[in-house]
Design a protein. Structure first.
Length: 253
């Protein structure tokens, strides 16, 4: 347990990382519009991170189950692609649902965050999917405090998704973050209140609901990205959160 607790010095570096990450994601959201290609967004992300003194935490990282290191600063996942989408010359079109997921390393302090961006005119049911997924993250954040459990977090995500009539993707999880991009604990987006690891001051968690309208299943394809099993549209939001003595601090907003 003590290995999950960050020192004051580490927290300051992680906090700085989160500020850079939040700024870059805001810029990417502004830039994501019809006609823009995904490689342009990746270059913007990379250049901004470096400009503000950080390094892209995803670049060269090999997630569990991947066949090769990730060669970009940004995960850009379109429509049925849930996570780990690789930027390409694909130009965004009106109606696309774009997931932007990235990490920043600032002097050894690492944060991870994601947003979902509707491109142009999007059907109401997909706007609903995005809204409920974001709400699920916000409801999970509300329960985070010393003494809460991982089951409390998962339950908050699952309950919000179920009430909104959307599906939580099983098998894709949140995680600890801070010293490394992916650390213990594994954080499921479903669970029972009062179960699992007890949260302590000084932990940093990446909470990330991943959802679709119609399926709970993900499939990993040849390029290492994950898609919905029925190729339905997906959504994804993520924040890195520090557990404090009084509750929590969202580091990436």
């Amino acid at each position: 347990m003590s290995s999950l607790i960050k020192t004051r010095e580490e927290i300051e570096k992680i906090r700085r990382s989160g500020k850079i990450l939040a700024f870059v994601l805001r810029r990417l959201k502004e830039a994501a519009r019809p006609g823009v290609n995904l490689l342009e967004l990746n270059k913007l992300a990379h250049d901004l991170i470096v400009e503000y003194g950080g390094s892209p935490a995803f670049l060269g990282y090999m997630p569990d189950g991947a066949k090769s290191k990730f060669p970009y600063a940004l995960c850009a996942s379109i429509n049925e692609i849930i996570v780990h989408g690789k930027p390409s010359p694909y130009c965004l079109q009106s109606g696309d649902i774009l997931k932007l997921d990235m990490g920043v390393n600032w002097q050894g302090g690492i944060t991870d965050a994601a947003i979902t961006v509707p491109i142009g005119k999007v059907p109401k049911e997909l706007l609903h999917l995005i809204k409920v997924t974001k709400n699920a993250l916000n409801e999970a954040i509300k329960v985070i405090k010393p003494g809460a459990t991982l089951g409390d977090i998962g339950f908050a995500v699952e309950r919000t998704a179920t009430q909104g009539n959307i599906k939580v993707i099983e098998g894709l999880t949140g995680h600890g973050v801070g010293r490394e991009l992916h650390e213990d604990p594994i954080i499921y987006n479903y669970g029972r209140p009062g179960t699992g690891m007890v949260l302590c001051e000084g932990m940093v968690l990446a909470i990330e609901p991943m959802t679709s309208l119609t399926t709970t299943k993900a499939v990993q394809i040849k390029d290492d990205s994950f898609i919905t099993s029925d190729k339905s549209i997906s959504a994804h939001f993520e924040h890195s959160i520090l557990i404090t003595s009084k509750g929590r601090e969202v580091l990436t907003e």
